[in-house]
Design a protein around this ligand. Structure first.
Ligand code: AP5
Length: 191
């Protein structure tokens, strides 16, 4: 089993690249953002609670997303490996993920951190907001709040994995193909 974390701030291209990576490597894609949006669409109690925070650009509580990932791991016993997109987002989530994977006698193989300038992130998300219908892409204050939340709580996750020599920084500006190639190069090196 080979497990990847695709890491980076909002709008850095995690979702775009995940779609291609899971096809190439046959991994199961686990995006906590996508799971939360499907809970919102189904109007579950969890979705209603999460929507409030997501619309303001704030993180959903750790225990909620850890529970979601724990169920997803249980529900995919045949997976060749997992691609985590948007998770872990706090050090507590990273520690919980390590424990969950250890129970399955596996671990994170590599963390790929997409590096994109803040102005480019804001531009990409505002552009997407024109058509996506995502309330958190709709205005620049919420987008900036998401980026602030990333700096306050999430960027430390890369430092956590750096201690284990698992992180590669990947330039995240350029064409989608160029970035995909750089990601594959690092995965092939570690797989
Ligand atoms: P989530 O859904 O994870 O969103 P995000 O991290 O804010 O990231 P995005 O999906 O907006 O961006 P991305 O990096 O995937 O980039 P994408 O490929 O889409 O989280 C949403 C919310 O859910 C959070 O704010 C939080 O409230 C909650 N949440 C989720 N996970 C959580 C967790 N673990 N803990 C707590 N709360 C959690 O690309 C963006 C745009 O750029 C697209 O339009 C794309 O076409 C374009 N683009 C992509 N690549 C390029 C390129 N190379 N050049 C030009 N444009 C590009």
């Amino acid at each position: 089993m080979f497990n990847i974390i695709l890491f980076g701030p909002p709008g850095s291209g995690k979702g775009t690249q995940s779609e291609r990576l899971v096809l190439k490597y046959g991994l199961k894609h686990l995006s906590t953002g996508d799971i939360l949006r499907s809970e919102i669409a189904s109007q579950t109690p969890l979705g209603l609670e999460a929507k409030n925070l997501m619309d303001k650009g704030q993180l959903v509580p750790d225990e909620v997303v850890i529970g979601m990932i724990s169920s997803a791991l249980e529900n995919n016993p045949q997976a060749k490996g997992f691609l985590f997109d948007g998770f872990p987002r706090t050090e507590a989530q990273a520690e919980a993920l390590d424990k969950l994977l250890k129970l399955k006698q596996t671990e994170i193989g590599v963390v790929l951190a997409l590096i994109v300038s803040e102005e480019e992130l804001v531009q990409r998300l505002l552009n997407r907001g024109l058509t996506s219908g995502r309330p958190d892409d709709n205005n620049v204050e919420v987008i900036r709040a998401r980026i602030t939340e990333y700096h306050k709580k999430t960027s430390v996750v890369a430092d956590y994995y750096r201690k284990f020599n698992k992180v590669f920084d990947i330039p995240g500006e350029g064409t989608v193909d160029e970035i995909f190639e750089s990601l594959c190069e690092k995965i092939d090196e570690r797989m």
